[in-house]
Design a protein around this ligand. Structure first.
Ligand SMILES: *Cc1c(COP(=O)(O)O)cnc(C)c1O
Length: 438
């Protein structure tokens, strides 16, 4: 079947995500037929380097044999069973492993990141209610935060283009100053600025804690904000403030979990284990290596025990049909097995250093705030071109590169399997794309 025919059928029948469909009158869809390693191939054999890990989900490249085999093996015994009243080996094994890794002892499952956000928010509110504090109904987050697009998640999100249209449907929620170190005063260190933002957080929390259930934060990198990075001291101070004023801290590691920022979880840059920072962690995206939809919320035994009661309504009566899907859990187990058996984080450190050294060459372009956390590298392009992001995306595709700038921020979040030769290709193509898009 020709590409052209497939594109026409897609535009007729598929409503694509995060897209003004009319733009496809001028920007064609890209029909992908297969993926191998960091490469995506279309039907004509044209290939694109997947510099954004297929929207931040892929960890080890496309067609990773261990994950593929684990799903195939699981498929031969059990594809799915409901998780209310039933259980199975993959979900139990995964919960045990995630508990071990995070120090948070109980895992609740869903299929998407936004659902994980909803679960953490509902659980936090319900915890306080079960404790006899039903007035703790409010949530706070950071300015420019992103926690997903369902109504509850959008309420704690602060990205105008996604949020403003739906504002009448959303719960009001306060957004704290972001420790994004691009916002520091000239001469102010990232750490000093983070401490200044933490002081502002404390001012708010100390005044409003009676109504506050939880503070939700993307630790270390606010990805959708344009890879805004902050100093880990902010997480330590936020933990102390939340403890002092009896407010939960929810770590949304949906995009930064599973090694993206250099540590297995971003919270580990501020504490030995996630449990030293967070009462809840939301995980998704990389959890299955980018193979199948799965999300998880892990929390403490303290939270769990507040729901454990003879009363049914004190329990957490929340569910999704595919909760704990065995195929997705088997992909997640294979992903964790790769981390356990191979020096993934050490290898990434070498790749990240290579990327950093080679990216120094981009300094000839009009860029600022070149920044990096592990396998995420970003910079801001200085240009008056109002359609820079679209133009850069289109120019990159012509160069065989899938790059998706956020506003004036160009970033790389490639699969960990990227080779030095592929890094070089990515940087050269990016440099060319930017020059054409300015
Ligand atoms: C992507 C993302 C979400 C939402 O996940 P979906 O699977 O797209 O619903 C939530 N929080 C963060 C930090 C994300 O990056």
């Amino acid at each position: 079947m020709s590409n052209k025919h497939l594109l026409a059928r897609s535009l007729q029948s598929v409503w694509h995500p995060c897209t003004q469909m009319k733009q496809h009158e001028t920007f064609p869809l890209i029909p992908i037929q297969r993926g191998v390693g960091v490469w995506l191939y279309d039907a004509d054999g044209q290939r694109y380097l997947d510099a954004v890990s297929s929207w931040w989900v892929n960890l080890f490249g496309h067609q990773e044999p261990r994950i593929k085999d684990a799903i195939k093996l699981q498929l031969d015994s059990l594809e799915h069973v409901m998780l209310a009243g039933f259980t199975h080996e993959p979900v139990v094994a995964l919960s045990e492993k995630l508990s071990e890794l995070t120090g948070l002892s109980h895992a609740f499952y869903a299929s998407d990141g936004a659902s994980a956000t909803e679960i953490a928010l509902k659980m936090s509110f319900h915890y306080w209610r079960n404790l006899g504090l039903p007035g703790k109904t409010q949530f706070i987050s950071l300015k420019n935060s992103y926690h997903g697009e369902t109504l509850g998640a959008l309420s704690v999100t602060d990205v105008a283009i996604f949020k403003d249209t739906y504002a009448p449907l959303l719960r009001p929620s306060a957004h704290m100053p972001s420790p994004d170190f691009r916002l520091a005063e000239p001469g102010e260190t990232a750490e000093a600025y983070a401490l200044r933002c933490a002081a502002a957080l404390e001012d708010y929390v100390s005044a409003h804690h009676a109504e506050l259930a939880a503070f939700i934060i993307e630790p270390i990198v606010q990805c959708a904000a344009g890879m805004a990075m902050h100093h880990p001291i902010y997480l330590q101070r936020a933990r102390e403030i939340c403890t002092t004023y009896q407010v939960h801290l929810i770590a949304d590691e949906i995009s930064v979990g599973f090694g993206r920022t250099g540590t297995m979880f971003a919270c580990e840059q501020a504490a030995a284990k996630v449990s030293g920072i967070a009462d809840f962690i939301c995980l998704s995206k990389g959890i299955t290596g980018g193979y199948l939809p799965l999300s998880a919320v892990l929390t403490t035994d303290t939270v769990y025990q507040a729901f454990y009661d003879d009363s049914t309504v004190k329990g957490f009566l929340h569910s999704h049909s595919y909760t704990g899907n065995p195929l997705a859990c088997s992909a997640a187990l294979a992903t964790l097995a790769i981390f356990a058996d191979e020096p993934v984080l050490e290898k990434n450190q070498a790749t990240a250093t290579y990327l950093k050294n080679q990216a120094a060459g981009l300094a000839e372009l009009p860029i600022q705030h070149l920044r990096q956390q592990g396998m995420i590298l970003a910079f801001d392009v200085v240009t008056a071109q109002p359609h820079f992001a679209q133009r850069c995306y289109a120019e990159a595709l012509k160069q065989g590169l899938l790059l998706r700038p956020i506003g004036h921020t160009v970033y790389f979040m490639p699969p960990y399997s990227i080779s030095p030769v592929e890094v070089d290709f990515m940087l050269t193509a990016t440099s060319n794309a930017i020059k054409h898009a300015l």
